[in-house]
Design a protein around this ligand. Structure first.
Ligand code: NIG
Ligand code: FE
Length: 393
């Protein structure tokens, strides 16, 4: 028996990211007056509405825009507590430092598994209502073997995209023994976390981990089958990007302070430059220069970095709007980075596109085109969301 088929017809403007439609003058593979046919959890056909094959069900998009569900390839959603006061202090001039992470660590350790799971469910639902159908999320607010492992276990029950970030900052108990903490992160903590994680990450930054420590942590994770990704060059032009490229990391995330050599290294590699404008927005910092990265030929992703300290937004649309307004990206480039780019950063080919064979993750906008995501900032434009073929919103 074949799965029920549904056609979404009357799509005014369809973003496919499908190379069979895209070209130099059509980077998003846009199709006008389009239809998409979904069977089970997959897209099976895309093309002009007038040519849509017969299906069991039909949904009329009424001329509105449809795009792939957003792929949020960088978030920190397993935490408890609130740092609104820290944000308010920052907005009156206090600088952002990695130190605030410890505030969230204390609250997270004190929370129950049920509380952490319920909070994560709320964030995932919040993201879904805004068109995000894939979310990567990290540990990093536990910093003990027990608390890191339970964070990843709770996350892995909800998303396959889980990242071990025991190396977020040195745990307070090891303040006088950072080398001992690196031994823990590369030893017993890794043993406990690896079964629940797909990726390994490190905050390579002044006040967190230096290049040598980061290399040891990423290499140990890779030896356990975890693929590296790196918090790189967020606050200073440190060694993170070069290390990410050298180790074949899936992505170098933040990329705010880059040298020319960093840009060349990213452009000449398969490591995706993941830009997180919510962090610069919420820390009142200078934005990364997406234009330079794109012009050099790097693959760029946009993500929320949703976390209670530096970027408490789950809105990919907000990130698209800021990237267009302040980072030199065109609306086409920003929408591609928030969908296809995120999928590349997660090394996924089944998401980030609307093409035959892709998972049916579809985002219908109350707007005639994807440009409205940047043109109408702050407006809730999400009209409907299908995740793996299921209408979820
Ligand atoms: O990606 N850079 C390190 N980690 C987070 C911030 C975490 C926090 O401040 O709680 C980030 O910006
Ligand atoms: Fe982050």
């Amino acid at each position: 028996m074949t799965a029920t088929s549904t056609a979404v017809t009357g799509i005014g403007s369809l973003v496919t990211n499908d190379p069979s439609f895209s070209g130099a003058d059509n980077p998003l593979g846009l199709v006008r007056d389009a239809a998409v046919v979904v069977e089970g959890d997959r897209v099976v056909w895309t093309g002009p509405s007038s040519k849509a094959p017969p299906t069991d069900n039909r949904v009329d998009a009424g001329g509105r825009a449809l795009l792939p569900g957003f792929v949020d390839s960088h978030s920190h959603l397993i935490f408890a507590g609130d740092r609104g006061a820290e944000f308010a202090a920052r907005m009156s001039g206090r600088p952002y430092t990695a130190g605030g992470i410890r505030t969230t660590v204390a609250a997270t350790r004190a929370a129950s598994d049920a509380e952490l799971g319920a909070a994560l469910d709320r964030f995932l639902a919040e993201a879904l209502r805004q068109g995000t159908t894939t979310v990567e999320t990290k540990s990093g607010y536990g910093l003990t073997v027990h608390d890191e492992a339970r964070a990843l276990r709770i996350a892995a029950e909800r998303t396959p995209e889980t990242t071990y970030l025991g190396a977020h900052v040195v745990a307070p108990e090891y303040a006088d023994d950072p080398a001992g903490y690196v031994d823990l992160v590369t030893g017993p903590m890794l043993d406990a976390c690896a079964p629940h994680a797909r990726w390994v990450d490190v905050f390579c930054e002044e006040g967190a981990f230096d290049g040598d420590q980061a290399r040891a942590i990423l290499t140990a994770g890779a030896a356990r089958g975890l693929v590296p990704r790196v918090h790189a060059n967020q606050l200073t032009a440190g060694p993170g990007v070069q290390l990410a490229v050298e180790l074949g990391a899936a992505s170098a995330d933040h990329c705010t302070h880059l040298t020319g050599a960093d840009i060349d290294a990213l452009a000449g590699s398969a490591t995706v430059a993941t830009l997180l404008p919510g962090a610069e927005f919420s820390t009142r910092a200078v934005y990364p220069d997406a234009r330079r990265l794109l012009d050099a030929g790097a693959t760029v992703a946009l993500s929320t970095d949703c976390n209670p300290g530096s970027s408490f937004t789950s809105s990919m649309a907000f990130c698209v709007a800021v990237a267009v307004r302040d980072m030199g990206m065109t609306p086409d480039e920003a929408v591609r980075a928030a969908t296809y780019g995120g999928a590349r950063a997660l090394r996924r080919t089944d998401i980030g596109t609307v093409a035959p064979g892709a998972r049916a993750d579809l985002h219908l906008l109350d707007a005639p085109g994807h440009v409205h995501l940047a043109y109408r900032p702050g407006v809730p434009l999400t009209a409907a969301v299908w995740q793996a073929g299921e209408l979820r919103w």
